[in-house]
Design a protein around this ligand. Sequence first.
Ligand SMILES: Cc1ncc(COP(=O)(O)O)c(C=O)c1O
Length: 364
Amino acid sequence: MGPLEESYLVSALRSGWVAPVGPELAAFEREIADRVGVAHAVALSSGTAALHLGLLALGVGPAHVVVVPTLTFVATANAVSYTGARPVFVDCDPATGNIDVALLAPLLEQLRSSGRQVGAVLPVDIFGSCADYSALLPICAAAGVPVVEDAAEALGAVHRGRPAGSFGHAAVLSFNGNKIITTSGGGMLLSDDGVLAERVRYLSTQARLPLPHYEHPEVGYNYRLSNLLAAVGRAQLRRLDHMVTRRRQLRKLYADLFAAVPGVRLLAHSDDLSNCWLTCIVVDPEAAGWRARDLADHLAARGIETRPIWKPLHLQPAYAGAEALVTGAAQHLFENGLALPSGSVLTEHQRATVLTAITAFLDN
Ligand SMILES: Cc1ncc(COP(=O)(O)O)c(C=O)c1O
């Protein structure tokens, strides 16, 4: 956050539009839609809300199962649960961490032949790298299953010339505080389908009809983004390219640092059109002679925060007993992966401190 965000926010505040309605919202939606190349955008209070309403607008409900990668943030599966549908987890590609597309066709066939109705497939663009949509979309189309792209982390990434957020029947962005651009909290539903987008907009505003009195044909939600936060988002969007560049530079520094280190690889490093939201390493303890958690401890002792890669959702108590088609790939990443400091606002000095601390660990 800097002077640009401050000036946008102050001007929105002074305009008097201090509500989840106003000109900043409309402008933010238009600017994101143009940036991603989709026809419609609906700004919402979180990415989770956008996933929830996107699924509802596709008709997903208690009769359905929804295919969700097991390696993702819990919000992806929670949104499915809110609709009354059940998530069926599928494992990831060990090289990228994204949904293992080779498992998808057999899983959809297995679900179909056992009489389950698949409401949607919900691929996630993990850590800012797009899922393999070139392979995934034809499989889902052949099975007649709609796709909702969870691009919460991936604004600014590209897959074969198409921006993240433009795949599937609908896509979702998050503007949570840790995302590549933020409104402190917020999200967006993107779609080329105007009917779907309008349904989401209506559900997000308590399902109120545009009449002079309050008329609600069904139960809706209070999921709209504040006009003030949309103003912050507009300022952040102007700096998106700069933030992606900063994160890509940092990714390159890590890549160079670990290039000659045995037993260490960067997750999805070959995807140079990632927005590099988060840089993760995967450690083979046998070949490296140390474990990911050893490096984490070394850095923590120097005040540098790292995180394990997500614990897969099929291993989470909240989803105990859920159906899952797993190969062990996500569990391997959880046990051997480490997310490194990746923020665009890290100063040169902070970057150097992190890299020096890692070098010292490796030299030991
Ligand atoms: C992959 C993924 N999906 C969904 C979400 C949910 O977004 P939000 O926090 O805006 O609800 C997040 C991030 O928080 C995420 O990383």
